[in-house]
Design a protein around this ligand. Structure first.
Ligand code: FES
Length: 157
């Protein structure tokens, strides 16, 4: 997915909610993440200008905090558990079905910005293997032929 060019006013609206100090950085980045589903590069540059903190420092925060993503993400996240139990119970086939249906590769985001598809390690629910999480809701014993129904049912499309 290509980066969308955004109006600086979109960033300023968020930045203006906070004191222009270094202590506000994380909260602002979290708001960027909520609003755009990732932290856009232009937002980091703008924040650097307004707060007067080097962009490299803000990038470092963006990579350090797991809740922040520096690459565009979909409105919904689908995580396929590929831990051992899930792998043995068919996680690779679920992943293939999702890649095919959504026309996206693992760790990628669909063209329309709806879904990001990720592989994750054991999510601690091996008894339900294979497990797929849609926006962090667990779905157990999923089948490749049914996985898109599960996704659509949850996101309501
Ligand atoms: S391996 Fe998937 S939940 Fe444990």
């Amino acid at each position: 997915m290509t980066e969308v060019t955004r109006d600086l006013a979109q960033f300023d609206r968020i930045i203006d909610r906070y004191e222009k100090t270094e202590e506000s950085l994380l909260a602002i980045l979290q708001d960027f993440q909520r609003e755009f589903h990732y932290v856009p590069e232009e937002g980091i540059r703008r924040l650097s200008e307004v707060i007067g903190v080097p962009a490299s420092k803000i990038y470092a925060m963006g990579t350090f905090y797991k809740a922040l993503s520096l690459t565009p993400r979909g409105r919904h996240t689908i995580k396929v558990c590929t831990g051992t139990a899930c792998h043995l119970k068919g996680a690779p086939q679920i992943l293939e079905a999702l890649e095919r249906e959504l026309k996206v590769k693992r760790n990628g985001t669909t063209e329309d910005g709806e879904f990001t598809l990720e592989c994750v390690n054991c999510v601690g629910a091996c008894a339900m293997a294979p497990v797929t999480l849609v926006d962090d809701v667990y779905h157990g014993q999923t089948r490749p032929s049914k996985i898109m129904d599960v996704v659509k049912k949850q996101v309501g499309s």
